[in-house]
Design a protein around this ligand. Structure first.
Ligand code: PLP
Length: 396
């Protein structure tokens, strides 16, 4: 006998990955140029030249043990120092290298944090819409996943619903801003209010309620939008970050967990993070990628294509009669479907070779996610298909 739970997770792929696989099959049948795949958040802009240069310089100047050998379990000290220095400059913070634990991307960061924190009966509050893997990570750590709906029109926090979800079992609240899939950036006002509520409820329940900031899209914002740095608003914040999107390095699997000194029992939490990393076999993040980050922390890919794509898609789709929140960040549009069932809508979209992801797994039935981290050319070629799809519904 083996774990049925794991067989289920392994055989029922995430809906995003299923569509991504279908896209490859369909491309083999009719040609990749005829398939409009908007399923997966795989950045299409190249990594910045500083990353290419750092890799070349490392290969030319360092030996294999340095490049490919094990680093410390929590990550290379120079890498962690470079990250601390970058954040301190940008956010006027005073982090130290020892506040960081290097990971294989944000997914590993989240999984480790959850493993470190969770005790039987713990609940995690997740605002809808959310990254579907959160459910897998929370449940794998033995926590209870508590979905909390945001405002129906803006996807900003609805504090009545949030207050109703909070209770003495709440261990932490997830905040993903800019948000996958809505592209929404939570306002500073809502962060201040959230921090106040969490402080009050932590005092009332006699234990801290942590804020888990999941930030792979922090740098992907448009039009001067500011993303409040959460550790400055709420002391018990743990940051899960990844360079997958900001440096276009998703396959290199590199990110970190930040445990600031201001977190209650910070060193105990950091020790638990190290322990969870060890128990999960997640020690020593990929070493070449760590050395690259030591040289490129603070660099960002050229995001201008994403902005161009957002504007083109948003304006065209709303002209055709679709509705969606104007995204300030990330590279997703979260669009209301033109019939109540998002799966049926996605099937109809497939007839026009448009591959979209139903919102149900993101906790938002009646929506689809469109990942616009594709070429602007793909978007231009797909626009007539989006228009025909809208017209199908206008006929009814
Ligand atoms: N969190 C969110 C909101 C994401 O969208 C993703 C990936 O798309 C992750 C976490 C996982 O990131 P990584 O690829 O760095 O593990």
């Amino acid at each position: 006998m083996i774990s049925e739970k794991m067989v289920r997770l392994g055989t029922h792929k995430s809906v995003i990955r299923e569509i991504f696989e279908y896209s490859k099959q369909r491309a083999a049948q009719i040609g990749a140029e005829n398939v409009f795949d908007f399923s997966i958040g795989n950045p299409n802009v190249p990594a910045p030249s500083s990353v290419h240069e750092a890799i070349k310089e490392l290969l030319d100047n360092k030996d294999d043990v340095y490049l490919f050998g094990y680093t410390s379990a929590q990550g290379d000290a120079d890498t962690r120092a470079a990250i601390a220095s970058d954040l301190n400059q940008r956010f006027d913070t005073s982090f130290r290298p020892d506040n960081f634990y290097m990971t294989c991307g944000a997914a590993a960061s989240l999984r480790i944090v959850l493993e470190a924190l969770t005790l039987p009966g713990d609940e995690y509050i997740i605002f809808t819409p959310f990254f579907p893997e959160y459910r897998v990570f929370v449940e794998a750590a033995g926590g209870t996943f508590v979905e909390t709906r945001t405002d129906d029109d803006t996807f900003q926090i609805d504090f009545d619903r949030f207050l109703a979800a909070l209770n003495s079992h709440t261990k932490a609240v997830f905040l993903n801003s800019p948000n996958n899939p809505s592209g929404v950036v939570y306002t500073e006002e809502s962060i201040q209010h959230l921090a106040k509520v969490l402080e009050e409820r932590s005092a009332e329940y006699g234990h801290p309620i942590y804020l888990i900031a999941d930030e792979p899209y922090r740098e992907l914002v448009y039009d001067e939008t500011k993303v409040p740095y959460l550790t400055k608003y709420y002391n018990n914040t743990l940051v899960c970050y990844s360079y997958s999107k900001s440096l276009s390095l998703p396959g290199e699997r590199i990110g970190y967990i930040l445990v600031p000194d201001e977190v209650r029992d910070s060193r105990q939490i950091y020790a638990a993070i190290c322990g969870a990393g060890r128990a999960l076999g997640y020690v020593c993040a990929p070493s070449l990628a760590q050395h690259v980050i030591a040289k490129c922390a603070g660099c960002v890919s050229d995001l201008s294509v994403y902005r161009e794509n957002r504007d083109l898609l948003y304006h065209s789709l709303t002209d055709y009669g679709y509705t969606c929140v104007h995204p300030d960040g990330a590279f997703y549009l979260f669009v209301k479907t033109l019939e109540p069932n998002a799966y049926a809508f996605c099937e109809k979209a497939k007839q026009f070779e448009l591959l979209l992801v139903p919102g149900d797994d993101f906790g938002a039935p009646g929506y689809v996610r469109i990942a616009y981290c594709v070429t602007s050319d793909q978007i231009r070629r797909a626009l007539p298909a989006f228009e025909k799809l809208a017209k199908e519904y206008q006929k009814i």
